[in-house]
Design a protein around this ligand. Structure first.
Ligand code: FES
Length: 83
């Protein structure tokens, strides 16, 4: 059985405006391109009071802070190639 991954992207206005709007599209196409739909639960959530550390993305309970859209693919690669 494959590991199920959990991705939560902060869609609060601060994170959204500072990069998560682009990160959202990047994550969606990464999931599609790699056929990961069945293995990933991807959802958004509202502000989690970490705005000063944002944009924030949480993957498998690890909170990534100050995520730049251009770093998202590298983060996803590290998660998904680690198995
Ligand atoms: S908007 Fe993302 S933590 Fe506040």
């Amino acid at each position: 059985m494959k590991t199920r991954h959990n991705i939560i992207i902060c869609m609060g206005s601060s994170c959204f405006a500072r990069g998560n709007e682009r990160a959202l599209g990047i994550i969606k196409s990464y999931i599609n391109k790699n056929g990961l739909d069945a293995n990933v639960e991807f959802r958004g959530k509202l502000c989690t009071e970490l705005c000063n550390k944002g944009p924030v993305i949480t993957i498998n309970d690890i909170c990534y802070e100050n995520v730049k859209p251009e770093s998202v693919t590298d983060i996803l690669d590290s998660v998904f190639t680690a198995g």
